[in-house]
Write a protein of this length. Structure first.
Length: 253
């Protein structure tokens, strides 16, 4: 941890919190100025605490942090955006939890990345205001994977390096991308991917959000794309994301 400054002011998104001791909370936040930070909010669980409402997950907050022995200490907090539409809708809550869980798992502490902070903020904005944030979610996944060094190869076979032709293909999480039909059938852990799913995934990967959101993707193809991304992310993280179970439970209600 860089304690070169005893105090620092950051704009941050609260990822998670958990109870600590009798009245404190441990926070994981992602800040514009310093990346991911673990911090402690002392006394925040007491009835008279003025900081509690500003430190809820999915909240974008201005924080004053003070130098502690091993953690930053939250001394002041002021909400910038509460994202009430997310907190009032279970499905939106699940979507927001999913992107913040990904952010938490695929970033290291104290590595500033203002572009990733902006992407996270914009994705939360879109989840809050859109009825269907499908493209926003996929755009976030693909950009986060690229920043983290796991950008999936979608334009040439990762094994034989042949350019992908307009036909059904295969995808290998272990090899990090698409396989041509010949290589795919020889790779036991690969899974089939349709032409439409690959076409739209490539389009989302290389297009701006403004262009990608114009794509008219059929329901079956959307489900295939989401499943493919979850397959790849589960492989990278070596575990399933908790938020996915919550999203699935809400959809079944």
């Amino acid at each position: 941890m860089d304690f070169s400054k005893r105090l620092r002011k950051v704009e941050a998104i609260i990822i998670t919190h958990r109870e600590y001791g009798e009245a404190d909370r441990l926070l994981v936040i992602y800040s514009r100025e310093a990346g991911k930070i673990n911090a402690i909010a002392k006394g925040v669980r007491r009835a008279h605490s003025r900081k509690a409402g500003h430190l809820e997950p999915f909240t974008r907050t201005l924080l004053m942090l003070a130098h502690g022995k091993s953690l930053w200490i939250v001394t002041q907090a002021e909400t910038v955006e509460a994202y009430s539409p997310i907190k009032e809708d279970l499905l939106k809550t699940g979507y927001a939890a999913y992107i913040l869980e990904l952010l938490n798992k695929l970033t290291s502490e104290e590595e500033p990345n203002p572009a990733l902070y902006r992407l996270t903020k914009e994705t939360l904005d879109r989840i809050a205001c859109l009825e269907d944030p499908f493209i926003a979610m996929r755009k976030f996944e693909l950009r986060l994977l690229e920043i983290s060094g796991y950008r999936p190869e979608l334009f040439q076979c990762v094994k034989c390096k042949a350019e992908i032709k307009p036909e059904n293909q295969y995808f290998s999480a272990g090899q990090g991308g698409v396989l041509c039909p010949k290589c795919g059938t020889l790779t036991s852990e690969s899974r089939a991917v349709t032409l439409d799913a690959l076409k739209y995934l490539r389009y989302v990967q290389r297009s701006s959000y403004q262009k990608a959101v114009q794509a008219n993707i059929q329901k079956a193809t959307r489900l295939e794309i989401a499943s493919l991304m979850q397959y790849y992310l589960t492989y990278i993280l070596e575990r399933k994301l908790n938020a996915l179970d919550f999203i699935n439970e809400v959809r079944q209600d």
